[in-house]
Design a binder for this molecule. Structure first.
Ligand code: DGY
Length: 321
């Protein structure tokens, strides 16, 4: 019998990542990429020392409590870790890691796509062409709004927020941000810090969400805060749906308070509020911020680096619990 640690892998991972896993561990892979239930995770974890999950698996307090005693580490294939009850993990002495940095470029790229897609009515345009309903051209046809030179408010100026700011500067956007901490001046690169979200919102032609989902940020974008935006603002979220209240966002889109929204992260994925798809002024993606070949490989290798460190007796670089 091999003395390599047994790792439960909950989803199908990139080929190169699975190859390295199989070289260094005894992985329990999921070649069919089936979404396991909580009970299946607990059952399959029996005899394993670690789990390598994605954000699609929810490690709530009851799951963590029922995990086999031998499980010592949850090495996530994600930067977000709101799917893990960190308090419960700490209580049980479980090590939890994430995969920061490596997906910042891909997520910032998708954020730009959401901004431009929402501003330029990309969903409507594509539907017209694909359904062969495009009949004519006129100066009044499919008119959107500029992105170039507008004011962009970034909520959460961490790694992804900072790369997004860089990309947006390429469109001559004026960058504003709100975070719990102000960046050192050399990292701000001219971005304007706001102590409170309420101070920033009235200045945002575009607002893009880049903060973690925590109890403090859940529902932050509510009806009152949407009302503080300028009329015709554009809302973008490639982080977590939990940051906005669905009714408030949909209400602001229906009333025209918001010109449009570009969304990649939702509440209750993938069974999202059906009204998002019915609205003409939404540009919708299915949570693919980090979905590039390069980034998915890098996320997998980063999760493996964390496992390697743990099983060597070192502190994993990306420990969050
Ligand atoms: C992340 O890494 O958090 C992405 O949302 C994919 O899970």
């Amino acid at each position: 019998m091999s003395d390599k640690p047994v790792i439960l892998v909950t989803r199908k991972l990139p080929e190169a990542v699975e190859a390295r896993l199989s070289r260094d561990y005894e992985p329990r892979l999921n070649p069919e990429d089936v979404l396991y239930s909580k009970d299946e995770i607990i059952e399959r974890a029996t005899g394993a020392q670690g789990i390598l999950p994605c954000h699609t698996e929810h490690f709530t307090a009851d799951v963590i409590e029922r995990l086999p005693e031998e499980i010592k580490i949850i090495a996530n294939f994600s930067v977000g870790f709101d799917h893990v009850d960190i308090g419960a993990a700490k209580k049980r002495g479980l090590v939890v890691t994430n995969t920061p940095d490596v997906l910042s470029n891909a997520t910032a790229e998708l954020t730009m796509m959401l901004m431009i897609g929402a501003a330029r009515r990309a969903s409507e345009g594509e539907k017209l062409v694909r359904t062969r309903s495009w009949k004519d051209w006129s100066p009044a046809f499919m008119v959107g709004v500029d992105v170039t030179g507008k004011r962009l408010g970034i909520l959460g100026m961490g790694r992804v927020g900072q790369v997004t700011a860089k990309r947006a500067r390429g469109f001559d956007m004026e960058i504003h941000y709100h975070d719990v901490r102000r960046l050192p001046p050399e990292m701000e690169e001219g971005a304007i810090f706001h102590e409170t979200l309420e101070d920033m919102l009235p200045l945002c032609d575009f607002i893009s969400i880049h903060c973690n989902a925590t109890p403090e940020t859940t529902g932050l974008m509510n009806a009152e805060r949407f009302s503080l935006l300028p009329d015709g603002a554009i809302y973008v979220n490639a982080a977590r749906g939990a940051i906005h209240d669905d009714d408030a966002l949909i209400g602001a889109l229906q009333s025209g308070k918001l010109w449009a929204a570009g969304i990649d992260a939702y509440n209750n994925e993938p069974n999202i509020d059906a009204r998002f798809a019915e609205l003409p002024n939404t540009f919708l993606m299915p949570h693919i911020g980090s979905a590039t070949i390069e980034t998915r490989d890098a996320m997998g290798f980063r999760a493996l680096d964390n496992l390697d460190a743990y099983f060597k007796g070192d502190e994993p670089g990306d420990r969050v619990a």
